[in-house]
Design a protein around this ligand. Structure first.
Ligand code: HEC
Length: 106
């Protein structure tokens, strides 16, 4: 019975740590924007940005500049595109993602 008092906190700790936001930056500071995009954006925008699922905009024809892309990713639009600042917490990662999205243009 005593063992439970040890196991429960351990399980709780594991649960807390697995909720921690994933880092897309490796030990050398290199950011994996492709995986970041695949993990967070493909479900609505598709691999090439053109899927337009659930009213998502076609990213390959977007006319937003890099700062505007960063802004949309960070704060969302309030219209189906959520804010990612609490999901992808590192500013540098969101910037790298904005650049990746820029690269989806034809
Ligand atoms: C749940 C679906 C969904 C997911 C997931 C999603 N988006 Fe969106 N996104 C949308 C919708 C819907 C819009 C259109 C919003 C609007 O018109 O206000 C949009 C719009 C955008 C725009 C604006 C394009 C333009 O030209 O106006 C960008 C940039 C964008 N998304 C990037 C991303 C990125 C990067 C990710 C991943 C971090 C992502 N989105 C994840 C639904 C999604």
């Amino acid at each position: 019975m005593k063992k439970l008092f040890i196991i429960i906190p351990i399980v709780a700790l594991i649960a807390v740590f697995s909720c921690e936001t994933k880092s897309y930056t490796d030990e050398n500071g290199k950011i994996d924007a492709k995986t970041m995009y695949q993990d967070n954006c493909v479900s609505c925008h598709g691999k090439d940005g053109k899927a337009k699922i659930g009213g998502a905009k076609d990213l390959s024809v977007s006319t937003l500049d890099l700062n505007q892309l960063y802004e949309v990713i960070t704060n969302g639009t309030g219209n189906g595109m959520m804010a990612y600042k609490n999901v992808i917490k590192a500013e540098a990662e969101r910037k790298a993602l904005a650049e990746y999205v820029m690269g989806l243009r034809d």
